[in-house]
Design a protein around this ligand. Structure first.
Ligand code: ADP
Ligand code: ZN
Length: 694
């Protein structure tokens, strides 16, 4: 057993040797000077044969935690990942670093699979990626027995949690790893987990004896904002135009229909966007995902079927047009913004209709009462986040069992909402619902209740003689949208309930307290018009180029052009070649030779050999780029040495480039069978009615 106690007393000198080896790999292969946060401890634990459960936010650097042990320990590291559609990208990124990686999945031709299997058995791989369903096959287990496994890494480990948002039944079978290969250390990693989910992961994966590493969950570079929903698509358009023009982002919608509609709407308005949902055919999905990863500034409009494992570092915003079902889901999805640490926005619009829809979905969901109760709890936590008058970040961190001070970088910090005593308003709504029921035996949706309160003599009101009710017109003190806000908050606080297909409002036990015992109800008043955040923050999203002096920005752009052509030629995303942060460093230091270039973070041995000359040519050929004076030469020639030197030099080093027919750039795979897709969820393709439906 790998109990933590035995590990703590492991021979100190051997640990030093292992630590040295890990440090060397970090520098030589990845080109990084030092470990970040808990990485060193985690790597030490696994390298020395111990098990680990790692909770780290997206962008925290989880991959190194298993990749380095796989490179240091003898044998092949086996990575269990639910992300079939991304395995090729993961392997490409490792190959670019000179790491020998492969995968086995159903998108491959049999001969490709056999080649990888042979490489595994011969120990010619450092890392092998597998989907959990494949690991369940006896033939896969036999294969693993024929080679030597150095470590099992269980990525996206929250998929084992049945109550979580990404449950993947095949993950349950991963508990066999320990029984069948007791000497192989296991490391499970996830970016989302409450205390309860962490316990569940540990139990289900038989990792209770493992050492647990819980990193801070804060993502300080992400600005959280939740705004009242009016006309969601127009709001989205103005958000993108004013804050993130030309930048990459993900827009989440609940239904396939709204995904399609929103993507079309953006395109009609001159914004590049592609749809992604489980109802699209595999090829379209693959193409759209691939374009999102490879092209600069593309927006993907998607259901939650999209995104897990997408490690594109420069996603500048994540927008939600519908309310996510849980805080875990929300945090996971928003976490896909800004993995590169640069300023990014998590933006959401939310309205009464979201609450009504979600409650209806829970009512009609399959599963037992306990399951529905669980869904209800998840929704309540999400609603509490939406309605809070406190710092959103603090509330999020508290939800994950961590503390945080008010952040200064969320909407409630930047533009604090007022809180008001909504008791009388609440009583007006509740007594309208009560009178309709008592006096007429009727129930209605929110829209009609608001019409009664406002005293609108519309046909529906007249038809039912609701103008004769005592409450008719008692709500002239608030506007339509304000009443909708009141009803939304009553629903969120459990002081009203919603039922049935038409979303009729009914009272709850707690309603009585407000109606008869005068329980005070605090409400949030939305700022009239949500002020855009501080200009510096919003614009900082274009930090990559903006912060640089004009001359430096010119060189940065040329390096990006060079990178784009190299990436295209190799059929890999641009960030696989170099991250923006590395290009910025190159600009800042203007290296004159390979040795200087090799000292830059993110440039390991292999990338130096492969791209070094090309980069140096761009830098040397840049007219005035080494000068730090603010030169203003607007009409610099567009295409200097970059594409020429860059591509030829890169080509001479692309020893492992795949044949063009297999490039996912063209999405030319055979029609993928069973497990070929990203983990996908069955989703109701309901079309939410417009927000003013009720
Ligand atoms: P996660 O899987 O936790 O979301 P990644 O493993 O993708 O995070 O790492 C996020 C980013 O941080 C990547 O660009 C990675 O190269 C970078 N990174 C990770 N560890 C280090 C380190 N020790 N030094 C510098 N950069 C690092
Ligand atoms: Zn805040």
């Amino acid at each position: 057993m790998n109990s933590p106690e035995t590990l703590e007393t492991a021979d100190a000198s051997s640990r030093t040797v292992e630590t040295d080896a890990a440090q060397q790999v970090l520098q030589r292969v990845f080109g990084y000077d030092s470990f970040r946060g808990l990485q060193r401890e985690i790597v030490e634990q696994v390298v020395s044969g111990g098990d680990a459960l790692v909770l780290m936010p997206t962008g925290g650097g989880k991959s190194l935690c298993y990749q380095i042990p796989a490179l240091v320990r003898p044998g092949v590291g086996v990575v269990i990942s639910p992300l079939i559609a991304l395995m090729q990208d993961q392997v490409d990124a490792l190959t670019a670093l000179g790491v020998r990686a492969g995968f086995l999945n159903s998108t491959q031709y049999p001969d490709e699979r056999r080649t990888v299997e042979a490489q595994f058995v011969a120990g010619e791989l450092d890392l092998l990626y597998l989907a959990p369903e494949r690991l369940k096959l006896e033939s896969t287990a036999d294969l693993l027995d024929r080679g030597k496994v150095s470590v099992f890494a269980i990525d996206e480990a929250h998929c084992v949690s049945q109550w979580g948002h990404d449950f993947r039944p095949d993950y349950l079978a991963l508990s066999v790893l320990h029984e069948r290969w007791p000497d192989v250390p296991r490391i499970a990693l996830t970016a989302t987990a409450t205390e309860a989910t962490r316990r569940e992961i540990a139990e289900r994966l038989d990792l209770t004896g493992a050492k647990h590493f819980v990193a801070g969950f804060d993502r300080p570079n992400i600005q959280y904002r939740i705004e009242p929903k009016n006309r969601a698509d127009q709001q989205l358009l103005s958000f993108i135009r004013t804050e993130h023009p030309g930048e990459a982002g993900i827009v989440y919608c609940l239904s396939r229909n709204s995904v399609e509609r929103t993507a079309e709407f953006l395109c009609r308005n001159g914004i590049d966007a592609v749809p992604y949902h489980a109802g699209l055919d595999a090829r379209t999905r693959a193409t759209n995902q691939s374009r999102f990863l490879r092209e600069d500034g593309l927006i993907v409009v998607a259901t939650i079927a999209f995104g897990m494992g997408i490690d594109k570092p420069d996603v500048r915003f994540v927008a939600h047009l519908d309310l996510p079902k849980s805080v875990e889901g929300y945090y996971q999805e928003t976490g896909r913004a800004g993995r590169d640490g640069l300023p990014s926005t998590a933006w959401m619009v939310y309205g009464l209709n979201d609450v009504v829809q979600q409650r209806k979905m829970i009512d009609s969901s399959e599963g037992d009462a306990a399951h529905r109760r669980q869904l209800q709890l998840h929704l309540d936590a999400m609603l509490a986040l939406c309605e809070t008058v406190q710092c959103r970040r603090t509330q999020l961190l508290n939800y994950f069992g961590q503390s945080g001070d008010t952040c200064g970088n969320c909407d409630t910090c930047l533009n604090p909402p007022e809180s008001w005593d909504g008791t009388v308003a609440a009583q007006k709504v509740l007594s309208t619902v009560l009178r309709l029921k008592r006096e007429r035996g009727q129930s209605f949706g929110a829209g009609h209740i608001v019409d009664i309160l406002l005293g609108k003599s519309n046909p529906k009101v007249l038809q039912h003689k609701h103008n004769e009710l005592k409450v008719f017109g008692v709500g002239a003190d608030l506007r339509d949208t304000e009443w909708r806000g009141v009803i939304r908050q009553l629903l969120a606080q459990g002081l009203l309930a919603v039922h049935g297909e038409y979303g009729v409002l009914t009272l709850t036990e707690a309603s009585d307290e407000v109606l008869f015992k005068k329980r005070t109800v605090h409400m949030r008043r939305e700022p009239e018009r949500v002020k855009p955040p501080r200009a510096a923050k919003a614009k900082a999203s274009r930090l990559a180029a903006a912060e640089l002096a004009p001359a430096a920005a010119g060189l940065f752009e040329q390096l990006r052009t060079w990178r784009a052509s190299v990436a295209k030629e190799q059929g890999v995303p641009a960030y696989v070649v170099f991250h923006d942060a590395t290009l910025r460093d190159i600009v800042g230091r203007a290296p004159a030779n390979l040795a200087e270039l090799g000292g830059i973070s993110g440039i390991g041995e292999n990338k130096l050999a492969k791209y070094g000359e090309g980069v140096l040519e761009v830098v040397a050929g840049f007219d005035g780029g080494s000068s730090s004076e603010p030169t203003s030469r607007p009409s610099r020639p567009e295409r200097p040495a970059a594409p020429r030197g860059g591509t030829s030099s890169a080509r001479s080093h692309t020893e492992r480039a795949r044949p063009a027919t297999r490039s996912r750039f063209e999405a030319a795979e055979p029609a993928p069978p069973s497990d070929s897709m990203n983990w996908d969820v069955p989703e109701a393709d309901f079309e939410p009615p417009p927000d003013d439906f009720y």
